[in-house]
Design a protein around this ligand. Sequence first.
Ligand code: SF4
Length: 290
Amino acid sequence: MINEIEAKRLLITNKHPSSWFGVKYYLNIYRGCMHGCIYCDTRSECYHIDDFDTSISVKTNAIQLLRKELSRKRYRETIGFGSASDPYVPIEKKYELTKQALEVIKEFRFPLFLLTKSNLVIRDTEILSQINTQNYACVAFTITTADDTLAKTIEPHAPLPSERFKAMGILSVMGIRAGVVIMPTLPYLTDNEENIVNIVKHAKIAGASFVYPSFSVTLRDRQRTYFYNHINEELRKKYINRYKNYYHCTSPQYKKLKSAFITSCKTYDISGEMPSYARENSAAQLKLFE
Ligand code: SF4
């Protein structure tokens, strides 16, 4: 079910930009998501979205709010999409609110970070390229497995990883920073070295400029219940035995995965760090004094 709602405000200030990819202000045009990832954190109680898997809300006044809120900002700091919902859920094809929001960000000349699992983002390549030319744009694709078949099980309604890699290639050719966020890594499911190396390899082939990993998953309250209901008994028992009620569930293979990641980044000559507007900007300023 699709609900059209009016939001009171749009931009949320992130007090610790380094905790979420250098983003100072983040926004979600859609409340809820349609991609159905079985591990999605937005099912957690703190988001207060009781019907996460059956409906999605569209903030129909998002563009007016964004314009008003950006006009009040004194400094141009990074705006981020994709924290609690995917900005390119299938209904974005009809509503085009993410596209319109990008136009506003372009108009106000803010730097941009966008996180998605959808190849629909390439519809907006031209605007992204303009934001990038005038200031800064970075598009990260969440990829948890390079295996399309496994992805269909754990991210049932999201475009396939192979489609995301293709989209990444198109953005890269346009000179936009594009890469991969491996997040989450699911213990006993995607936490094998082969998977990590495959993601890095496919990212390089696609033309990505970075891959950034996390070798863990977070689990809590009803999100954990949903996840456990979508894995088999044997796996569920392994999780319960190892993680009990822990929120941060780090892969038991952490050291091996980290080592495989570092080695494969070297092999494929690709950065294992997340790019950031603040870092690039201060590096550029320092150059002025060289
Ligand atoms: S794409 Fe992101 S927000 Fe949407 S269901 Fe998957 S993890 Fe959740």
